[in-house]
Write a protein that binds this ligand. Structure first.
Ligand code: GLU
Length: 443
């Protein structure tokens, strides 16, 4: 790093012990060096220094009572990172690993992702270190209500519109929405990912996974490849993974492995999605249950082993840094020719470097998984209009948006002399819109 080295040094100094945030910023700043060269006015105006500093960070106590009557305290977060192009928008993550550094990395990524969608949404993220695993429905409900009791004063349909992420799905959004409405006596589109009978959008549930496949479809097409007949490995078995499986299968691929945080399943005949949905969405159990229903499948303890499964296309849809340099090398050695990131920052910087060096068709998270938040923005539009579009209308818009994102990334990469490098393309294209807005607004 050259021109932007001071910016990176300040981030390291100001945000100690936040390795994921450092990683997310470093990856973006490395890509932005040529932009800084071309736009000295943005350097003078400190646009780069401003964009790495959240506009606002909120940390709060979340007390809740379990089914035995015992009190627990968790920590809640909302980082309102950047509102240059629209109200803060981004999900809430409930997972024991959540801390301010994780929320900042996610919020930072969200700025560029949301910009790439072409829709007017700024970047934000939040969550809690609450662990939903093994909690009863009543415990989840009480936690969500307590979380919203504080969060409600910081959000609003024109200010900040949270949604789901890991550990936060339709059920949690429902409980939080109910609490928001009770406190504010207002039926507004303050959250997205809502149920269909109270302001949700058709297609939102499927959007991240479908969008990932639409984006990868474009990237594959550009290199005369496709999902048709390809063997696909998808890590994770949550919302993103499930709908990536569904769309990849519709496009003619066979999904041969999936995972959860305990281990992975493999079946050369293809993984049955109905069984996965039953285990994960209805019973909320571990993926190891799968082999009880499908004796041809095998289960292996440890989720990282999924990258040793030989495949044509890999779709990491679990969590950050799930593909390290070693896993990337194994994937490449086994003949994998495309990687599409459904999770946020699932590949380490070293893994991404390997993919790029080896000319793997690589769809970076900010671009490839933007379909979820894009459809959240479509949900916001429908809420504002007090109207709802059909599934086909939403899906059609999603396809157009994902195609547009691919084109923006590809064009920016070529314009700056990094043809085919969609990582650099996504960072540059996402950044420029926000930088122009910040420069114009003097903020
Ligand atoms: N959590 C998702 C993401 O990482 C969706 C956010 C949203 O819909 O606001 O983009």
């Amino acid at each position: 790093m050259n021109i932007l080295k001071n910016v990176m040094d300040d981030v390291l100094r100001r945000n100690p012990n936040e390795p994921e945030f450092h990683q997310a910023v470093k990856e973006v700043l490395l890509s932005l060096e040529p932009v800084a060269e071309k736009h000295p006015e943005w350097v003078t105006d400190k646009i780069f220094d401003k964009i790495v500093e959240p506009e606002r960070q909120i940390i709060f106590r979340v007390p809740w009572i379990d089914d035995k009557g015992v009190e627990h305290i968790n920590r809640g977060f909302r980082v309102q990172f950047n509102s240059a192009i629209g109200p803060y928008k981004g999900g809430l993550r409930f997972h024991p690993s959540v801390n301010i550094g994780i929320v900042k990395f996610l919020g930072f990524e969200q700025i560029f992702k949301n910009s790439l969608t072409g829709l007017p949404i700024g970047g934000g993220k939040g969550g809690s270190d609450f662990d939903p695993k093994g909690k009863s429905n009543s415990e989840i409900k009480r936690f969500c209500q307590s979380f919203m009791l504080e969060l409600n004063r910081h959000i609003g349909e024109n200010t900040d519109i949270p949604a789901g992420d890991i550990g936060v799905g339709g059920r949690e959004i429902g409980y939080m929405y109910g609490m928001y409405k009770k406190i504010n006596n207002e039926f507004t589109g303050v959250l997205t990912g809502k149920g269909l009978n109270y302001g949700g959008s058709l297609g939102r549930t499927e959007a991240t996974g479908y969008g990932l496949c639409y984006f990868m479809n474009e990237a594959l097409k550009a290199k005369s490849k496709s999902f048709y007949g390809a063997n696909v490995v998808i890590s994770g078995s949550g919302n993103v993974a499930i709908y990536a499986h569904q769309k990849a299968t519709q496009l003619g691929a066979k999904v041969i492995a999936m995972s959860d945080s305990s281990g992975y399943i493999y079946d050369d005949n293809g993984i049955n999605l109905d069984t996965i949905k039953k285990i994960k969405e209805v019973e909320r159990k571990r993926i190891s249950e799968y082999i009880k229903y499908h004796p041809t499948a095998t289960y292996t303890e440890g989720c990282i082993g999924i990258w040793t499964v030989k495949c044509d296309i890999a779709l990491p849809c679990a969590t950050q840094n799930e593909i390290d340099q070693n896993s990337a090398k194994i994937l490449i050695d086994n003949g994998c020719y495309a990687v599409g990131e459904g999770a946020n920052m699932p590949s380490t910087i070293e893994a991404v470097d390997l993919f790029i060096e080896n000319k793997i068709i690589f769809g970076p998270a900010k671009a490839a998984n933007a379909g979820g938040v894009a459809t959240s923005a479509l949900e916001m539009s429908q809420n504002s209009m007090r109207y709802s579009w059909t599934f086909e209308e939403v899906d059609d818009k999603l396809q157009t948006i994902m195609k547009g994102i691919y084109e923006k990334c590809s064009t920016a990469a070529t314009e700056y002399g990094y043809e085919d490098n969609l990582v650099i393309g996504a960072n540059i294209a996402g950044f420029i819109k926000v930088a122009e807005a910040m420069y114009a607004q003097g903020i």
